[in-house]
Design a protein around this ligand. Structure first.
Ligand code: GLY
Ligand code: MN
Ligand code: MN
Length: 449
């Protein structure tokens, strides 16, 4: 798969610089390796903002952008990165090193990461504004205040206001280029294959983890290096735990299984959910709830038109789900706020019906919950070509939900696709994964011979 070109990374830095005032500086730290246990680290994943601007995959680096006072030609992109080290490279592979990084990445200059505390004080001290993600990482905040204190001592009288970085950057990341869309298409195609494989191999007597293994196998065989987030393989009532990842229960005939899993290609995520019967056939109660969620999803996808509000998909889905639940004699919101939880993350909202507790869409890209700083605020956000988002309505009837008849309890259904907004309307990147009941049953029956 073709990676994003040096030129595209350069264009992105230029676009960010143009959003900054003359003399402003942006400080973008890359990710650090994180200890898992003993002397073992978690697999390293570069910070998405840093990756977007550099395409540089090593840990412990920092990008500094300075907007010149005399137009684009006086802008500067400066990298701080780990020095080369024979012993580290023997164990962990080749490093680029500051000597080679500027040319290899198309930057103006590169320095050892250890030079940051000497080089940053004069830069931030003279800046008209400092763009950074203040308040997200205590170690970074402390370091920045150290640079500012040092600048004071150097009589630089730093006067630059500290401003957000993410609102600018995420506004750029919201619109995918054709090269980004290609990577997302690939991630979607591999993910679809993983879900199909899990459907084919699903059988009573197996375990949720067996299906997780099918997903991972397909992801890695397809060319991805990892999942974009921990796979959710939730059978039976486990599906009512929205981010269930234990994946340890046996697969029982008569249950549904909800799989929410996606791979990452070139740092771009896919995010796909399908819900299907362990034994290959939906029961009438499961089918009734499933058809409501499917219709909600169809109408929500149809609402993803250029010019429509981001919220239109959610409104369309909720309308179908609330009406559908009422038709089945299930009150959708008898205990609203009891089950919705207090933790309103990007996907949650305490004001919603308790049985449809999460929102229908989030942006998708380098992060599975992408562009969090560009999330619609009070103003309705209009969809436009190049944006990518998920459409993922769900109905979850917890086992203890006595307001619903026994046959509905413990059923959780979510159907999620990845949608690219085009001038002609929504394009579903994950449409290869079956979601009609008849089609799912056909796929599962075919694999049983
Ligand atoms: N996989 C998490 C989500 O669908 O938002
Ligand atoms: Mn998902
Ligand atoms: Mn999602």
């Amino acid at each position: 798969m073709k990676p994003i070109s040096l030129d595209e990374h350069r264009q992105r830095r230029r676009s960010l610089l143009r959003l900054m005032a003359p003399g402003a500086v942006a400080v973008v730290p890359g990710a650090l390796s994180v200890r898992r246990n003993g002397d073992v680290d978690y697999p390293f994943r570069q910070d998405s903002d840093f990756w977007y601007l550099t395409g540089f995959g090593e840990s412990g680096a920092t990008l500094v952008l300075r907007r010149g006072k005399d137009g684009d030609a006086s802008d500067a992109a400066i990298l701080f990165c780990q020095q080369r080290n024979a012993k580290d490279e023997l164990y962990n592979g080749e490093r680029l090193g500051p000597e080679r990084a500027a040319e290899a990445l198309g930057l103006d200059s590169a320095h050892p990461a250890s030079a940051l505390d000497d080089r940053l004080p004069p830069l931030v001290g003279a800046a008209s504004a400092i763009h950074c993600a203040l308040g997200e990482d205590a170690a970074f905040d402390q370091r920045l205040s150290g640079w500012l204190a040092k600048a004071q001592n150097q009589r630089l009288r730093p006067s630059g206001e500290i401003r957000g970085l993410k609102p600018l950057l995420h506004e750029l990341r919201l619109f995918k280029s054709s090269a980004e869309v290609e990577l997302m298409r690939r991630a979607a195609a591999i993910t679809v294959e993983g879900h199909l494989q899990a459907q084919r191999r699903c059988a009573p007597g197996g375990r949720e983890a067996d299906l997780e293994a099918e997903l991972l196998y397909a992801f890695l065989r397809g060319g991805a290096r990892s999942s974009a987030y921990p796979s959710i393989v939730a059978s039976g009532a486990n599906a009512c735990v929205l981010h269930y990842t234990a994946n340890a229960a046996p697969l029982k005939a008569g249950d549904l299984v909800l799989i929410d899993a996606g791979c990452e290609v070139g740092h771009y995520a896919a995010d796909l959910t399908r819900t299907f019967p362990v034994s290959g056939r939906f029961s009438p109660a499961q089918a009734a709830l499933y058809e409501i969620v499917l219709e909600a999803q169809r109408q929500a996808i149809a609402a993803c038109q250029p010019g429509a509000a981001f919220e239109a998909a959610d409104e369309a889905a909720l309308k179908v789900m609330v009406a559908g639940l009422e038709r089945l004699g299930i009150d959708p919101s008898p205990t609203a706020n009891d089950t919705a939880g207090e933790d309103d993350d990007a996907n949650g909202d305490a004001q919603r019906p308790a049985l449809c507790p999460h929102r229908t869409s989030h942006w998708l890209g380098l992060d599975v919950h992408d562009c969090s700083a560009a999330q619609p605020g009070d103003e309705p956000r209009a969809l436009a070509p190049g944006m990518a988002l998920t459409v993922e309505p769900g109905i979850y009837i917890p086992p203890q939900h006595e307001a619903a008849a026994a046959k509905w309890r413990g059923i959780g259904v979510r159907i999620e696709d990845d949608v690219l907004i085009t001038a002609d309307g929504p394009e579903v990147l994950t449409e290869g994964a079956p979601k009609d009941i008849a089609e799912i049953e056909r796929v599962m029956a075919a694999s049983r011979g």
